[in-house]
Design a protein around this ligand. Structure first.
Ligand SMILES: Cc1ncc(COP(=O)(O)O)c(C=O)c1O
Length: 421
């Protein structure tokens, strides 16, 4: 028999086994200084392309002022207890009402964290006779929600309408036997590659199949649509999304999240979301801060305009220079290059140390072997100068990659990794 901790001592897990090579630099890096377009990494200034502060609210003076005042007025404890017991306030209700109005739904309900709220919402929406049909590239919080489901679930090929339809047919047949219903889950924007979920096409399928649609719009909320209400608004189908979700962790630059739907659905979820019923209410400091941020989303369209000016300059510039940015339809900007994991590490080191560019790096198993994905998140705080410097740096590193410079630089790492594998 094995000791339960053997995997911890010996194997360390799929990511943990690279800790010696990666920790502190590629994973768990420490970005320092005020949150903005330029921060410090290991004492040097870098252009930061890896923070989801889309609208630049994280360090906006008006936001900082309200956050500080709310902390002074309420501390970080108030209100104590779960919403149902003693953690409910006028301000929580006001924020819910304003969020619902903003995303064009009858009602909304606050969640303490997006991840945990998403897990819980999936859990509350289905019972064991129901069937879940969801995108293969779904965020971990959707997958974890689905894991709680006691009934059947089918994945469909990422954003592939034919595959969705095939799985809806399978699910319909099964639901006829079990007497259950069908929940389809998609993201509004897929955070890694930036494609929008095919919400229009999915909702069109409602004419042929009986299902309800749940959309995680973490990256769409505040960035897409005429008013910033997200991917549903952008695609003109917000009214056909049955349950809409967004987090405060991106455009709102805070902590917390919400779901929005018809009043009756929210009333049901309010009494069935275990993660909210049995956990402390979102603290007032965050509620007051979210009210201010939401007000800025509504009244300062110039923030979204500046964001998109930067997105267009970055994505347009990369495309013009012949970079492969995949099929993004959002602010999320991926750049695909060909190379091994050790080459990717050497390349990112070059970008950070010699060009002052800090972006996230994604490699196998998240994307196919042999590909390197450099993921950039433009924000309203970036400048066109930041974009230009980044484009020049990217052209340089591509040239070095193609000439095999990083292969040579990473020969030692390659040998260590092969040994570890
Ligand atoms: C698509 C998506 N859903 C949910 C979450 C979780 O939200 P939170 O950070 O509020 O827990 C994230 C990440 O933040 C996300 O990218």
């Amino acid at each position: 028999m094995r000791d339960l901790f053997d995997k911890i001592y010996k194997d360390k897990g799929p990511l943990g086994k690279w800790a010696a090579q990666a920790e502190g630099y590629f994973v768990f890096p420490k970005l320092e200084g005020p949150i903005s377009n330029r921060m410090k990494f290991r004492g040097k200034e870098v252009i930061t392309w890896s923070i989801n502060d889309y609208l630049g609210l994280a360090n906006h003076p008006e936001v900082r002022k309200i956050d500080a005042e709310a902390a002074k007025d309420y501390g970080s404890a108030y209100p104590m207890g779960a919403r149902m017991m003693s953690g409910h306030t006028e301000m929580h209700e006001q924020l819910q009402n304003e969020l619902a109005q903003f995303v064009n739904k009858e009602a909304a309900y606050l969640l303490n964290f997006g991840y945990q709220g998403m897990v819980s919402t999936v859990d509350a929406l289905v019972s064991k006779d129901d069937i879940i049909v969801y995108d293969m590239d779904a965020h971990a919080c959707i997958i974890d929600g689905v894991r709680l489901h006691m009934g059947k679930r089918f994945t469909y090929k990422h954003n592939d309408i034919e595959s969705i339809e095939k799985n809806l047919q399978r699910a319909t047949k099964l639901a006829e036997q079990t007497g259950g219903g069908i929940l389809v889950i998609s993201e509004g924007v897929f955070g890694m590659r930036g494609e929008q979920g095919k919400l229009k096409e999915i909702t069109d399928l409602k004419e042929k199949y009986n299902f309800r649609l749940f959309v995680d719009d973490a990256h769409g909320f505040g960035t897409l649509g005429a008013t910033g209400a997200g991917a549903g608004e952008e695609q003109g189908v917000q009214d056909k999304i049955d349950v809409y979700f967004a987090t405060f962790a991106k455009s709102m630059a805070s902590t917390g999240a919400f779901i929005a739907a018809d009043q009756e659905i929210i009333d049901y979820l309010k009494y069935n979301l275990r993660s909210q019923m049995f956990a402390k209410s979102l603290q007032m400091q965050l509620v007051v801060g979210a009210l201010k941020r939401l007000d800025m989303l509504r009244t300062m369209p110039e923030l979204r305009e500046k964001l998109w000016e930067n997105v267009n300059a970055l994505q347009g510039g990369l495309t013009k220079r012949g970079f492969d940015i995949g099929t993004t339809q959002s602010c999320v900007t991926p750049v695909y290059l060909k190379g091994s994991i050790p080459e990717a590490m050497a390349l990112v080191k070059d970008l950070r140390e010699n060009h002052g560019i800090f972006c996230s790096i994604v490699v196998y198993p998240v994307i196919p072997k042999g590909l390197i994905l450099l993921r950039m998140i433009p924000t309203a705080t970036h400048t066109l100068q930041d974009v230009e410097e980044t484009l020049v740096a990217f052209s340089t590193i591509r040239e070095r990659l193609e000439k095999g410079v990083y292969k040579k630089l990473s020969a030692g790492v390659t040998a260590t990794m092969e040994e570890a594998e």
